[in-house]
Design a protein around this ligand. Structure first.
Ligand code: FAD
Ligand code: SIN
Length: 523
């Protein structure tokens, strides 16, 4: 099955749809999306909202300062400036396209507060902002005559000829297909599923990093994983996210004795940056040997239910009242700061190949993402990708003066990994708190699993379950290698054996150039 198009977009979240909205004026667009339901994306689950400097007490400069502070010394300042500077224009455009953000009684936009923001800055649609944005983008893009979708179509390989990306191979209903395109965008989202505990849906397996890496592209900053402090931690229930907006509206974190404990660990209390709150929760749970709870019992119950209807419903399904009960919480893998390295126009190091949204590493988040900056990134850099994709590829692609990771040690042959074993290893040994001995042991295991999964998949390429293992093990190995290599603590990366930030040695990015396999002969 061969398909031709001008522009190929892999992924139907905010980044892919925003790019498609502009590309459709320039040529034929094909969107591949691996779930049978195109709305099944991280975007659709976004709760808290979209951060944007539109409030009366705000400015792009203030938004940039908060983003840089959260990024802990590793943000790309030029990328941050693009994000906060162009953000307002693209968010206004979303409103023009029909997104209904919540308003105040006087009709002004209602801005929510989230951790590490110095002002109220987060536009929201109750607690289901992503669903509302996705609804409006989908309505707009699916009505464009030059856009086609293939749902249930999973990209498995970027086609590279003479060093230039010219499309992708995909699996659809057990068959392999091929799309030829003049520009290909990876808008494949995050990688939370690499960890046992995650807020992310099953589609979030880091496919963009895997596709790019095997196409020979550079990937960066993968050791920086954000662990959200609060998912619902009820045995047998999904790890449903309990938005930071709850703490923004004064929800308290309590230990089993009912004491607020956050200020013992962090002066900013419940509104400290996510990595700090996550580690404080883990430490307090270890100290007390008991669960940690979120409580809104001191707030008006009717208001809590009205402001957070979806979270209240998820709690109700677990037998809990969000406004009255103590809600058991724990941290979970939430967001990948690293990804496919790009310049300010979503260009990767492989000409013809672009990346935007959570799959990309533009440098806007540095070592830790400011809450609600991700939807904004997908929007702004999705739009920028469309502009760049319309330009013919230039040989050479992205060149950044960054550090390449050390070569791998050889590993012994192993069996194809068991998914649960892989995710458990990542959670325990490459998770919230890392240290050398565990990482030293984990890296060769993950690398062995990566090779075994890749070899097995090569013999059965139409098997999506095997490809999923390829992606989980590839991303897992890359995260673990970066985590072992970075001997300091910064942002989302915490090493118990190197607990301090070390700007002298580590104010650099760990970059790996992908592994190019032999090109298949032209058919
Ligand atoms: P996604 O929206 O994840 O879309 C990825 C798409 O790629 C999907 O369509 C998927 O099926 C497709 N895909 C993946 N691999 C393949 C493949 N191999 N072949 C074909 N298709 C593929 N951020 C905020 O800014 N504010 C928030 O309030 C917020 N809340 C969040 C709440 C939750 C529970 C979660 C999980 C995340 C939240 N985030 C939030 C993060 C944010 O939602 C994501 O980072 C962002 O939506 C990513 O958008 P994207 O377009 O890059 O990817
Ligand atoms: C949340 O609502 O807490 C998630 C916000 C984000 O990930 O930016």
């Amino acid at each position: 099955m061969q398909v031709a198009t001008d522009f190929l977009i892999i992924g139907s979240g905010i980044a892919g749809l925003r790019a498609a909205a502009d590309l459709a004026a320039l040529g034929d667009v094909l969107i591949l999306t691996k779930a049978d339901e195109p709305a099944e994306t991280n975007t659709g689950y976004a709760q808290g909202g979209i951060a944007v400097a539109l409030g009366p007490d705000d400015s792009p400069a203030l938004h940039a300062a908060d983003t840089l502070a959260a990024g802990d010394g590793l943000c790309d300042e030029a990328a941050v400036s693009v994000l906060v500077g162009e953000g307002p224009r693209y968010v206004r455009e979303l409103s023009e396209w029909g997104v209904r953000f919540d308003g105040e009684a006087d009709g002004a936009l209602a801005f929510g507060r989230e951790a590490a923001h110095s002002v109220r800055r987060v536009l929201h649609a109750r607690d289901a902002t992503g669903r509302e944005i996705a609804r409006a983008l989908w309505a707009r893009v699916s009505a464009l005559p030059r856009v086609r979708f293939r749902a249930g179509a999973r990209a498995i390989e970027v086609i590279v000829r003479d060093g230039v990306a010219c499309g992708a191979r995909f699996i659809e209903h057990g068959r392999i297909g091929e799309v030829r395109a003049r520009a290909t965008l990876l808008a494949t989202g995050g990688a939370g599923q690499v960890f046992l505990e995650t807020s992310n849906p099953p589609i979030a397996t880091g496919d963009g990093v895997t596709l790019a890496w095997y196409a020979g592209a550079r990937v960066a900053d993968l050791e920086f994983v954000q662990f959200h402090p609060t998912v619902l931690a009820v045995e047998g229930r999904p790890r449903f996210l309990l938005s930071e907006a709850l703490r923004g509206e004064d929800a308290h974190l309590l230990n089993a004795a009912g004491e607020r404990f956050m200020t013992r660990y962090e002066p900013a209390g419940e509104l400290a940056a996510r990595d700090l709150v996550s580690r404080a929760i883990a430490r307090e749970a270890r100290r007390t040997g008991a669960p940690i709870y979120l409580s809104m019992a001191h707030l008006d119950a009717a208001w809590v239910h009205d402001r957070f209807p979806n979270i209240a419903a998820a709690c109700r399904a677990a037998g809990l009242d969000l406004a009255r009960d103590r809600i058991p919480v724990s941290p979970a893998a939430h967001y990948a700061m690293g990804g496919v390295e790009t310049d300010l126009w979503a260009r990767t190091s492989v000409p013809g190949l672009f990346a935007a949204g959570e799959a990309a590493c533009t440098g806007v988040h540095g070592a830790n993402r400011l809450a609600s900056n991700s939807l904004l990134e997908g929007l702004v850099f999705g739009a920028r990708a469309a502009i760049a994709m319309a330009t013919p590829p230039q040989a050479g692609g992205l060149t950044h003066g960054r550090v390449d990771a050390a070569a791998l040690r050889p590993v012994a042959a192993t069996d194809v990994p068991d998914e649960r074993a892989l995710r458990t290893l990542m959670w325990h040994d490459v998770g919230l708190v890392r240290e050398r001995a565990a990482l030293d042991a984990a890296v060769p295991v993950l690398e062995g699993w990566r090779r075994a999964a890749r070899a097995a998949w090569r013999l059965a390429e139409a098997d999506p379950a095997l490809w999923r293992l390829v992606s989980l093990s590839t991303v897992g190995a890359l995260v673990a290698r970066g985590a072992l290599r970075r001997e300091e603590s910064r942002g989302g990366h915490y090493r118990a054996d190197f607990p301090r930030r070390d700007d002298v040695h580590w104010q650099i990015h760990i970059v790996e150039r992908g592994h190019v396999e032999a090109e298949a002969p032209e058919q």
